[in-house]
Design a protein around this ligand. Structure first.
Ligand code: F6P
Length: 362
């Protein structure tokens, strides 16, 4: 007869720094406080479908006495961000029973949480979700695992690019991630001193960008500029996103660069940096480790209390449990055009799109 509760844990969707810190917190707390058996499920629902598990114990996480998971990027469980999970619902539900799981913790972004929510509802699983994403677009939580590290990675890149831009009087275009939500570009752009921030949610014009750059040069005597553009920022209704990483060397950053060159009749020297998956790497910041640890510990306590179909969420400095149904219904959460950070950016003279007021200083 089974005596120990069998807890499964999986990471799903694009990886980000802090996932291993969640796994560490879950394994530590579930072992030390509740004496549960923890089974890692490799490659998210693919592992579930294939009935694969990896036993996770405090001993198995130990490397020569060092506990590396707190500051290790990526996920030791592996992940998938594309798949045909919904075509295999019945097999996955059967796998869950075959593996004799009593409960499951799923760490994912908006897409993964939506799929896992459907599975847990159909299978009547005991399930708790933990939000992670460098896009910061999961609704009902002020913090998600991975976002802070990605913001800091971009800010670090902007710090470096600012000095080379200034040395050569150049406009530096920095393309960052964010297909539908511009939180990453907006927050990193403000924190990193950008002059222009373009996000998928807010329309902009090439004329607006160019006149802002001209104003910087002619009025403020700034000979260089930093433009941060989210990969999903649109040209009319068209998004470069689908091709930018996969088949075409030309994304939105390159498009904006070409337009600025044309607009300035090649008088402005422009360069493009596409940060790409660098934004998903690196060791998690202290804040991401704290969020990961808090979320992991809380998810275990929620399961111990008999809760299910909830997501742990950060709200007003506290961790709460929000019904997954609500989270899924309102995600992905985009930047509202009147978002307070958009207003702050504009107040500081950053061009964030069409409604920007041009300084009346000429
Ligand atoms: O959702 C996270 C994310 O990093 C997005 O910001 C980005 O658009 C996408 O994943 C990239 O996905 P892939 O890893 O498939 O290139």
């Amino acid at each position: 007869m089974k005596t120990q509760k069998r807890l499964g844990i999986l990471t799903s969707g694009g990886d980000c720094p802090g996932l291993n810190a969640v796994i560490r917190a879950v394994v530590s707390h579930a072992t030390l406080t509740y004496n549960w058996q923890i089974l890692g499920i490799p490659y998210a629902t693919k592992g579930l479908l294939e009935r694969k598990t990896v036993p996770l114990s405090l001993h198995s996480l130990d490397l020569r006495g060092i506990d590396p998971l707190l500051n290790m990027g990526g996920t030791i469980l592996g992940s998938i961000n594309k798949g045909d999970t919904l075509e295999h619902i019945d097999e996955i539900l059967a796998s869950y029973d075959a593996l004799e799981l009593d409960a499951l913790i799923g760490i994912g972004g908006d897409g993964s949480l939506s799929i896992l929510n459907q599975l847990q509802a159909r299978g009547n699983w005991q399930f708790i979700g933990i939000p992670k994403t460098i896009d910061n677009d999961v609704a009902h939580t002020e913090r998600v695992v991975g976002f802070d590290t990605a913001v800091n990675t971009i800010v670090d890149a902007l710090n470096r690019l600012t000095f080379t831009a200034a040395s050569h009087d150049r406009v530096m275009i920095v393309e960052v991630m964010g297909r539908t939500a511009g939180h990453l570009a907006l927050q990193a752009g403000i924190a990193g001193g950008a002059d222009v921030i373009l996000i998928p949610e807010i329309p902009y014009s090439i004329e607006g960008i160019c006149s802002h750059l001209k104003e910087l040069r002619d009025v403020w005597r700034r000979k260089f500029a930093i433009v941060v553009v989210a990969e999903g920022a649109k040209v009319g209704n068209y998004s470069y996103y689908d091709t930018s990483y996969h088949t075409s060397p030309c994304g939105i950053g390159q498009y904006i660069a070409n337009e600025i060159r044309t607009c300035s009749q090649d008088q402005v020297d422009v360069r493009v940096s596409v940060l790409g998956h660098i934004q998903r790497g690196g060791i998690p910041t202290a804040l991401d480790r704290l969020v990961a640890t808090t979320f992991g510990k809380t998810a275990v306590d929620l399961l111990a209390a008999g809760e299910t179909a909830k997501m742990v969420a950060w709200h007003n400095g506290q961790v709460e449990a929000i019904p997954l149904e609500l989270v899924v219904a309102q995600s992905p959460l985009c930047v509202a055009p009147n978002h307070y950070l958009v207003q702050i950016a504009r107040a500081l003279g950053i061009y964030v799109g069409k409604e920007t007021c041009i300084h009346n200083v000429v």
